[in-house]
Write a protein that binds this ligand. Structure first.
Ligand code: ZN
Length: 394
């Protein structure tokens, strides 16, 4: 299907306040070439062009998951699963995970840590049309300290020369960005604690400069409050988790939050679809503190982007909407949530050709039953998915 005119009760072009009731999207050769009123486009577009009429439905941009680990298995011990799998098996499960994400309406995923650059190989296979999957933005092996968070992925560094060499290796392997584990993390209990820094401020600056030299931006895994401040100063583009942990509990610095807004540093506050269980485990007081800091960042104007951390224990592939519902529970409007999942995510990832529907954009789009602006659950009722204009058959 090289050309198709899709009509529906509404088209959300993105941002989510751009709605055309009884709208249409014209797709040609993988791109959106027109968005407008269904009656106008129906009259303007050649009658030979197939019509995909979707009464009762909404057409909107395909969603973006800014934080996944396609190489992990979402089981209790992803580390052993990754370390022990042979490359062939691991490649097959990476492709399967990517397909699950696409089936959930996620047309772009940013993979923030894999082994042997296997996601780059999948990216090439998807781009060539050999494999069906979402567009992949790949970080390959995250930089981490020796014995640090996720060191088993192969990105351990200690000296400045190590840092330069690892970034050069990732760039040569085809990385689209550099991921740094700036603080410790829960998945690696033997490494630094979650609030402890893994790199000095000078090393973080070196990482950003070195990545820039290769034309790449930096995403920083940062739980610790001090680390968050150092990452913002260093010039990272996105903060992953950004949970403001200290040895004493959750403490955020409003001055750093202001700098995040000024410098357009986006926050990917990863939550899995299982967030209710996670909040229960945290206990009411810590959960309350965690939520308050998210609301404080929102109030200050921080750009949030959507990510599930799919692949880590309990974070299943394909439960993207469960993550969005967390933000619904905090009182984010549906329009804000859709923007986190589409336009804002694309902007933060430096992708100018997806995340919205407008002439010249990639035809990454979904058709869902009902209206996600009034009912977020509509995002689970997917009728059609197009990635770069290709319909996905499920
Ligand atoms: Zn992660």
């Amino acid at each position: 299907m090289n050309k198709v005119l899709i009509t529906a009760d509404r088209v959300i072009a993105g941002p989510a306040d751009q709605v055309t009731v009884d709208g249409a999207v014209f797709v040609e050769s993988g791109m959106v070439t027109a968005v407008g009123a269904a009656a106008d486009l129906d009259a303007a577009v050649d009658t030979q062009v197939p019509r995909l009429r979707c009464p009762g439905a909404t057409v909107m941009p395909g969603m973006i998951d800014c934080h996944v680990h396609l190489a992990f298995d979402a089981g209790p011990d992803p580390i052993s699963a990754v370390a022990q799998a042979d490359p062939g098996e691991l490649s097959a499960s990476i492709a399967d995970h990517a397909e699950q994400m696409l089936a959930a309406g996620v047309t772009t995923v940013r993979d923030l840590g894999d082994r042997d650059a296997l996601t780059v190989a999948l990216r090439a296979s998807i781009d060539s049309g050999d494999t069906v999957g979402p567009r992949i933005i790949a970080a390959t092996a995250p930089l981490t300290s020796r014995g640090g968070h996720c060191g088993f992925l192969g990105g351990e560094v200690s000296t400045d020369d190590d840092i330069r060499a690892q970034i050069a290796r990732n760039a040569a392997a085809g990385a689209d960005l550099i991921k740094v584990m700036a603080s410790g993390g829960a998945l690696t209990p033997s490494g630094p604690r979650m609030w402890e820094a893994q790199f000095t401020p000078g090393q973080l600056r070196l990482i950003v400069e070195e990545a820039e030299r290769h034309g790449l931006g930096v995403a920083a895994h940062a739980h610790g409050s001090e680390t968050i401040a150092h990452c913002v100063t260093a010039g990272v583009r996105t903060l992953e988790h950004c949970s403001w942990r200290t040895a004493e509990g959750i403490v955020h610095d409003p001055a750093v939050v202001r700098r995040m807004v000024e410098n357009d540093v986006a926050v990917c506050r990863c939550v899995s679809g299982d967030w209710r269980l996670f909040l229960d485990q945290m206990g009411p007081e810590r959960a309350k503190a965690m939520i308050e800091v998210i609301l404080a960042m929102r109030e200050a104007g921080v750009r949030f982007i959507a990510g599930t951390d799919a692949g880590v224990p309990g974070a299943r592939f394909g439960d993207y909407v469960g993550m969005l519902e967390f933000f619904d529970s905090l009182g984010f409007t549906h329009a804000e949530i859709l923007d986190m999942a589409t336009v804002n995510a694309a902007h933060a990832l430096g992708l100018s050709d997806t995340g919205a529907l407008a002439p010249g954009m990639r035809a990454d789009l979904i058709v869902v039953d009902g209206n996600p602006l009034t009912e977020l659950g509509a995002l689970r009722e997917i009728r059609h998915i197009f990635t770069a204009g290709r319909p996905v058959t499920r």
